[in-house]
Design a protein around this ligand. Structure first.
Ligand SMILES: Cc1cc2nc3c(=O)[nH]c(=O)nc-3n(C[C@H](O)[C@H](O)[C@H](O)COP(=O)(O)O)c2cc1C
Length: 212
């Protein structure tokens, strides 16, 4: 009976504790909630870029919902919430938070640990990136693409645009603040993400609660 209670308590804590209170390791996200939200036309009206953030963290549930909205799996054949050129699905989303850097695994609905520590300021040149709770980094994995280098660059950039807009609309719907960013030292950021030669940072995107 005691063991059952301990297992239950650990499960509850994993879902409810802010991620910063847990020891950094791979994180299994709660199942994304795929219903509800603001009417589409209202979300489009309220979509905007914001550059002032509260330090309040996103709960694991909000993070899971956000990543699913961004580029989660929406159909039984593995296709996603955003289109991708020739269905290469070459975009990896990295989450850079106070406690560490993770790569989103949509299939497993997990965050895979990449690095422990606070690397938020490496994700951009603007001051707010260091204190906002979450910076997404969109990385193209060219090893998943075919065609010319020009095609790969154009298509992967377009693909990230769709993902970023999904995040914008999710944030509008949830009362979150966000801004997509191209102003980032890509070489420095790539080191933090431990990227290989075939990986290219396309854009970054800050997400958090608006500053009150
Ligand atoms: C490809 C791209 C790169 C951007 N890079 C930055 C950036 O580095 N920093 C920033 O503060 N905003 C950046 N923005 C946001 C734009 O400045 C913003 O979308 C624009 O001012 C219009 O404002 P709105 O998004 O509220 O409509 C970027 C937008 C796009 C599409």
């Amino acid at each position: 009976m005691k063991l059952v209670l301990v297992v239950f308590a650990v499960a509850v804590l994993t879902v409810t504790l802010p991620l910063s209170a847990q020891t950094p390791s791979d994180i299994t996200l709660p199942a994304p909630q795929q219903e509800g939200g603001m009417p589409l036309m209202q979300a489009l009206k309220e979509r905007k870029s914001t550059r002032e953030y509260s330090t309040k963290k996103l709960s694991p549930q909000v993070l899971s919902n956000l990543l699913w909205a961004a580029f989660g799996i929406s159909r039984t054949d593995g296709r996603r919430t955003a289109p991708s050129a020739r269905n290469f699905q070459e975009t990896d989303i990295y989450t850079v938070m106070q406690e560490g850097v993770y790569r989103y695994d949509a299939k497993e609905n997990m965050l895979k640990l990449v690095a422990v520590g606070d690397y938020r300021k490496k994700t951009g040149a603007q001051a707010f990136v260091a204190t906002a709770p979450l910076n997404l980094v969109y990385v193209a994995d060219y090893s998943k693409m075919k065609g010319s280098k020009t095609d790969q660059e154009l298509y992967s950039s377009a693909d990230v645009g769709f993902i970023s807009q999904n995040v914008y609309l999710f944030c509008a719907s949830e009362g979150l603040a966000t801004v997509v960013r191209g102003w980032v030292n890509r070489d420095e950021c790539a080191k933090v993400l431990k990227l290989g030669e075939k990986n290219k940072i396309v854009l970054t995107q800050t997400v958090g609660y608006p500053k009150e």
